[in-house]
Design a protein around this ligand. Structure first.
Ligand code: BT5
Length: 238
């Protein structure tokens, strides 16, 4: 896939930029910003970043991606793992969309669909804490690659490597090759841990058994029954 890179000093949100202009942009366009004034997380949450972060979004607007929106965040996570591994760093995926290193969040993924009656496009936003030397004190669970591994990475090279890995896994996915799943399952942050999760409005806890082929997570409830959650949140029980 060709990636046209649109680079900005500051934007409200790289996701919003692509969502607002998907019609006139090419499939595979990447929007990159040094700063975001309204960086978004999931479920109305915000994403903080500064010039140490790598903040970008990818536009997918071909019909061939229809039906893959549910699995794309995990596939994107696998491509991030592969990229970090190329620098000798081994983070894991905290289902469904976080990258963790040494029990701290170093990256997050936000997939949004653009709908006009039917789905017109998918925007995948990625925020990576690469070179920050300190993280905001109101984010005690956050860290950066720099803090955790003392490495300073070139953001352009990281992005190039990531896009190569993303394209590799995406090409496979479109051919129903779910090889990236093995990568995710072998680096599953929650597996074996006790987690809290929301199940049809009820707050439950149980043991995470692992991420399944379809991208859901299997959880063994206290009563021994096993359920799968396909979306939402599972957090570590304190
Ligand atoms: C995410 O949401 O983790 C998805 C983040 C996606 C951000 C990218 S940046 C480029 C693109 N453009 C956008 O506008 N967004 C995308 P979620 O799982 O909801 O996590 C959000 C929560 O993580 C917040 O409520 C904070 O608690 C925490 N958080 C915020 N900034 C963080 C950071 N830099 N590092 C780690 N945690 C952070």
């Amino acid at each position: 896939m060709t990636h046209e890179i649109l680079s900005f000093l500051s934007l409200p949100s790289t996701n919003d930029y692509l969502k607002e202009r998907y019609d006139e942009l090419l499939d595979g366009s990447v929007c990159l910003a040094l700063h975001q004034t309204k960086g978004k997380g999931r479920l109305g949450r915000s994403w903080e970043g500064n010039e140490g972060s790598l903040l970008f979004s990818i536009l997918l607007k071909d019909d061939k991606y229809q039906g893959f929106a549910g699995i794309l965040p995990i596939m994107t996570g696998a491509a991030l793992l592969k990229t970090f591994e190329s620098y000798g760093t081994h983070p894991s995926i905290k289902w469904p969309n976080d990258i963790y290193l040494h029990d701290k969040k170093i990256a997050g993924i936000l997939l949004e669909g653009v709908f006009e009656q039917t789905q017109q496009a998918i925007v995948i936003g990625i925020g990576i804490n690469l070179n920050q030397e300190v993280m905001p004190t109101d984010l005690p669970n956050a860290s950066s690659l720099k803090i955790e591994s003392k490495k300073t990475l070139d953001k352009d090279i990281f992005l190039t490597r990531f896009l190569r890995n993303f394209d590799f896994y995406l090409k496979g996915l479109l051919l129903e090759d779910y090889r990236f799943m093995k990568h995710v399952q072998n680096n599953d942050f929650l597996k074996g841990k006790t987690v809290c999760f929301d199940y049809y409005g009820e707050n439950l806890s149980g043991k995470a058994l692992g991420i399944k082929e379809d991208g859901s997570i299997a959880i063994e409830k206290i009563d021994g029954t096993i359920i799968s959650i396909t979306s939402g949140e599972a957090s570590l029980k304190k």
